[in-house]
Design a binder for this molecule. Structure first.
Ligand code: BJW
Ligand code: ZN
Length: 241
C-alpha cells in the first residue's frame, strides 16, 4: 500500500497527533455513512431532515429515523481502525480525536481524548429549553420535556446549528498544535468540521487522508491513502511499535 511506510515513519517521530474522523471509520462496524451509494441519506435528504425545521415539520418521522439508527449503533462494536487510534495513544503519543460521528465508538474502543463535534445519538434534550433529558427512551413515541413540555430531540448538531463551542475550540487548538493530522473516513463536505484539516495544514502539520474514495480535502493532503480505515490503520500502527 502506497505511503503506509512513510506515514508510519512520520508517526514514529510525532508527539502530537490530531485526528478528524467521519462516518467512514465506522462503516466497517456496520454503521451506515451519509453520502455513499449505500449511505443512509439515500432514503432521507439530510439538508431537509437533519435540521430543526425538518424535525418540527415531521417530528415523529425524524424521531423514528433516529430511533432506527440508535438500534443499529447500539449493536455495533468498534473496529480495527478505532482500536488502532487507541494503540497510538498507548505508544505514548498525545492523540486528540475530533469526531463528526455521534456513535460513541471511539470512546467504546478506549480512546481518552474524544471531542464530539456533532453531539451524541445516545443523549437527548428539549427542543425548546435545551435541558438534557436523562431517561433512556426505548420506544418510537415522542417524549415531552418535564420542565416546559417541549418535544425531546436527539442531542446532535443539525445543519444551521452551532457546534459546541468548547469542543470546537479544543479541536482548533489540537489541529494547530499537531505535527500530524489524520483525516479518516470523511467526505470533507461538511463545515466547519472539514475546515480543521485546512487549519492544520496552514499551521504546518502534515495532513494524511485515509479514505476509500477521493474527498473534498485531498488537495490539502500531504499523503492520501486510498484504503479502508480498518485495513490501513492497523498496517500503520503495526510498523510503529
Ligand atoms: C471510508 C470507508 C472505510 C466509507 N474506510 N473511508 C461553508 C460553506 C458552505 C456552507 C457552510 C459553510 N460552513 C457551514 C456551512 C453550512 C453547513 C454545511 O457544512 N453545509 C455543507 C453541506 C456545505 N454546516 C452547518 O450548518 C454546521 N453548523 C454551522 O456552520 O454553524 C454555524 C452557523 C450556525 C447558524 C448560522 C450560521 C452559521 C453544522 C453541520 C452539522 C452536520 N450535521 C450532520 C448530522 C449529525 C446528526 C446525525 O448524524 O444525524 O453530521 S450532517 C452529516 O454530515 C453528519 C456527519 O457528521 C457529517 C459529515 O459526514 P461524513 O462523516 O463526512 O460522512 P460522509 O458519508 O459524507 O462520508 C463518508 C466517507 O467515508 C466517504 O468519503 C467514504 O468514501 C468514506 N468511507 N467507507 C475509510 N471503510
Ligand atoms: Zn424543555
Amino acid at each position: 500500500m502506497d505511503f503506509i511506510v512513510d506515514v508510519a515513519e512520520l508517526l514514529k517521530g510525532a508527539d502530537s497527533v490530531a485526528v478528524l474522523t467521519g462516518a467512514g471509520i465506522s462503516a466497517e462496524s456496520g454503521v451506515g455513512t451519509f453520502r455513499d451509494a449505500s449511505g443512509i441519506w439515500n432514503k432521507l435528504d439530510p439538508s431537509k431532515w437533519a435540521t430543526e425545521e425538518g424535525f418540527r415539520s415531521s417530528p415523529s418521522m425524524v424521531w423514528e429515523w433516529y430511533q432506527d439508527r440508535r438500534k443499529i449503533i447500539k449493536d455495533a462494536s468498534p473496529n480495527k481502525a478505532h482500536y488502532s487510534l487507541v494503540s497510538l495513544e498507548k505508544l505514548g503519543k498525545k492523540v486528540t480525536i475530533s469526531t463528526q460521528n455521534i456513535d460513541n465508538l471511539h470512546q467504546q474502543a478506549g480512546s481518552k481524548n474524544v471531542l464530539e463535534l456533532h453531539g451524541n445519538i445516545f443523549r437527548n434534550k428539549c427542543i425548546e429549553c435545551g435541558k438534557p433529558y436523562a431517561k433512556e427512551i426505548m420506544n418510537d413515541e415522542l417524549c415531552k420535556c418535564e420542565f416546559c413540555g417541549g418535544i425531546i430531540r436527539p442531542d446532535v448538531v443539525w445543519y444551521g446549528e452551532q457546534l459546541p463551542q468548547d469542543v470546537w475550540q479544543m479541536s482548533e487548538q489540537a489541529a494547530i498544535d499537531s505535527s500530524i493530522y489524520l483525516v479518516i473516513g470523511t467526505s470533507g463536505a461538511v463545515y466547519p468540521a472539514a475546515g480543521l484539516a485546512i487549519l492544520a495544514k496552514r499551521a504546518g502539520s502534515t495532513v494524511v487522508i485515509i479514505n476509500t474514495e477521493p474527498t473534498e480535502l485531498d488537495d490539502y493532503a500531504d499523503f492520501v491513502i486510498r484504503e479502508k480505515a480498518g485495513i490501513a490503520m492497523p498496517e500503520i500502527t503495526a510498523r510503529i511499535r
